[in-house]
Ligand binder design. Structure first.
Ligand code: UD1
Length: 422
């Protein structure tokens, strides 16, 4: 197991390339199951979660090859040999459940392990199940697996999600592409990753309207064909690196970044005293003067403030002038970074879904532990602004969602290295 050592060494300067979105790629890849023809994804991120999804698809009979050093993923699901997503793979990554809708649509049956408890909350699958049942699926839970079947095929229906779940929207839209008739999904999630999925499905021949709004209408077709699609920019990686110059000072241009992907987040940065400017090549971010100011944040579904940037924002607020309140409304247990940041001298109080952060003038380096994906990167960001050395252990969480974090931050002048843990 590796650790990352960061030593705060002042302002950052330069450019950071932003990769394709992990969360978009993880829903685009299972779309291969909907067609006998090949699906090629370009601008793919090189991450361990992508490898996990590749392994899962291969276990179902898909052929996968990775080209251009992993930036292009070529998938073919001509002959599927299994309809069971095994617990051994699913337990590693919740997004494995995104094979349920496509498999059910293509094969009329699917057996998918429940993902099990996740560190950041319960994350059940009831919304996926009720939506697919509305399309005519029969689903039962046996031995920790969801057994789904649709003997006569799926049928279009009008269904309203109780909550605008990202994964439930993705599973339902994919399933509905091959259902008989029209599906109207209400209270659908509006995240850019869903817009990207719909654009790809449309290239494959699907008839869908309304992506990016809360009502998505899908007209089922008999079959989908092959396509080539570039994965949308990772707005969470983008937001993460936007925090780097905000917390350490300096000016960084995030290449490939677009304001529309991070609007609500950029507004909070602006209120905190960080300028964000769209350029021809990306987003240029600079801390205006002195310390950032405390701003309150509440996580919400898109276009609200993303829960996946809450930990990084908390790291920034640890060094802000004043007191900030962070409300986490999406996941019930997503403040595990707080005690680790406290070890670095932060002043944080957590009560249920709310954290209060009183900014301190300077954080101090300390050995800390990564507890989940976004928590790990928040500790690295805090380390950029801390006095002395911060050693972040258990960085395998980081490899799930950030490619080349050390090289990217070194490129803008940070003192950071990856070492083997004794
Ligand atoms: C996706 C993202 C994840 C992000 C999250 C919220 C991927 C691979 N992951 O996860 O990074 O943090 O969106 O933006 O895209 N819920 C239920 N029942 C369900 C499904 C969800 O109660 O059937 C609850 C969850 O417990 C959670 C909330 O809804 O509290 C949000 O979950 P959801 O939007 O489904 O997130 P994911 O798709 O799992």
């Amino acid at each position: 197991m590796d650790s990352i050592i960061v030593t705060g060494n002042g302002p950052l300067q330069g450019q950071i390339p932003i990769a394709g979105a992990k969360n978009a790629c993880l829903t685009l890849m299972p779309a291969t199951l909907l067609s006998e023809e090949p699906l090629t994804l370009t601008n793919a991120p090189r991450l361990s979660d992508i490898k996990t999804m590749t392994t899962l698809l291969q276990s179902l009979g898909s052929e996968a090859s990775s080209l251009q050093d992993g930036k292009v993923i070529s998938l073919s699901s001509h002959d599927l040999t299994s309809h069971t997503a095994d617990y051994e793979i699913v337990r590693k990554m919740r997004a494995s459940n995104l094979v349920l809708g496509p498999m059910l649509a293509r094969l009329g049956q699917a057996v998918v392990s429940l993902p099990g408890g996740c560190a950041i909350g319960a994350r059940p699958m009831d919304l996926h199940i009720t939506a697919l049942e509305a399309l005519g699926a029969e689903i039962e839970l046996k031995d920790g697996y969801l057994h789904a079947k649709a003997p006569g095929g799926l049928k279009g229906a009008v269904h309203e999600l109780r909550f605008a779940s990202v994964g439930a929207t993705e599973n339902t839209v994919m399933a509905a592409t091959l259902a008989k008739g029209t599906t109207v999904l209400k209270n659908a999630a509006r995240e850019p990753e869903i817009v990207d999925l719909v654009r790809c499905l449309r290239k494959m021949g699907a008839q869908i309207e309304g992506e990016g709004s809360s009502t998505i209408t899908i007209e089922g077709v008999d079959r989908l064909h092959g396509a080539t699609h570039p994965v949308v920019t990772d707005r969470i990686e983008l937001g993460t690196y936007m925090i780097a110059p905000a917390i350490a000072g300096g000016e960084v241009e995030c290449l490939g970044g677009k304001l529309e992907l991070v609007q609500s987040f950029a507004e909070k940065l602006d209120a905190a005293g960080v300028s964000v400017e769209e350029t021809d090549t990306g987003l240029k971010v600079a801390r205006r003067n002195g310390r950032v100011q405390a701003v309150d944040v509440k996580t919400e579904v898109f276009p609200g403030f993303p829960t996946d940037l809450q930990a990084q924002m908390m790291a920034l607020m640890c060094t802000a002038e004043g007191e900030a309140t962070l409300d986490e409304t999406i996941f019930e247990n997503r403040f595990m970074h707080a005690p680790e940041l406290t070890r670095m001298g932060a002043d944080i109080e957590v009560h249920g879904g709310q954290a209060r952060v009183r900014g301190v003038e300077r954080l101090k380096g300390a050995p800390v532990m990564a507890t989940d994906l976004r928590a790990s990167v928040s500790l690295i960001l805090a380390g950029l602004a801390a006095e002395g050395e911060t050693r972040v252990s258990r960085v395998y969480h980081l490899d799930r969602g950030y490619e080349n974090v050390v090289a990217k931050l070194r490129g803008v002048g940070a003192q950071i290295e990856r070492v083997k843990e004794e």
